[in-house]
Design a protein around this ligand. Structure first.
Ligand SMILES: [Cu+2]
Length: 145
């Protein structure tokens, strides 16, 4: 009985440690120095359990090009998590869901829709889509808000 308990404790310890290692929520955010809504989004990510590495960039269009973000999906900041890009004011839930979509190069909320995370101005809410870019470079709507 004792050994069974010890075993259970050991398993709990190991799986707990593995869950922690597996759910690495470190995200690199590239942004312009004067981008206020980018900072709002970074704060939002931190409130949702992400560890943010903040990169202030002199030339965001060069960064987007380097990271393979199509111009038509463009927004303000560009983030990278586990090799996939996250463009614009993407909700945290969608960044987590992206971890189960290795067939996507990244996701984007194009433009800067009012009411998206980091773009809250009073009660204004514009409908918006989260668009995925497949490895074939096709676009796919992954969520609508
Ligand atoms: Cu923005």
């Amino acid at each position: 009985m004792l050994s069974k308990l010890r075993y259970a404790a050991l398993v709990a310890m190991i799986s707990g440690g593995m869950a922690h290692a597996g759910s690495s929520l470190t995200i690199d955010v590239h942004r312009d120095a004067n981008c206020g809504c980018c900072k709002e989004w970074i704060q939002y990510l931190e409130q949702n359990g992400f560890t943010v590495k903040d990169h202030v960039e002199p030339n965001m269009s060069a960064v987007k090009q380097r990271l393979g973000v199509p111009a038509r999906l463009g927004s303000c900041h560009t983030a990278v998590i586990n090799g996939q890009f996250v463009e614009g004011h993407v909700p945290a839930q969608q960044i987590l869901a992206l971890q189960n979509r290795p067939d996507l190069l990244g996701i984007a909320v194009p433009g800067m829709p009012m009411g998206s995370p980091g773009m809250e101005y009073g009660d204004r809410k514009d409908p918006y889509q989260v668009v995925g870019l497949t490895t074939d470079r096709d676009l796919e709507i992954v969520a609508e808000y």
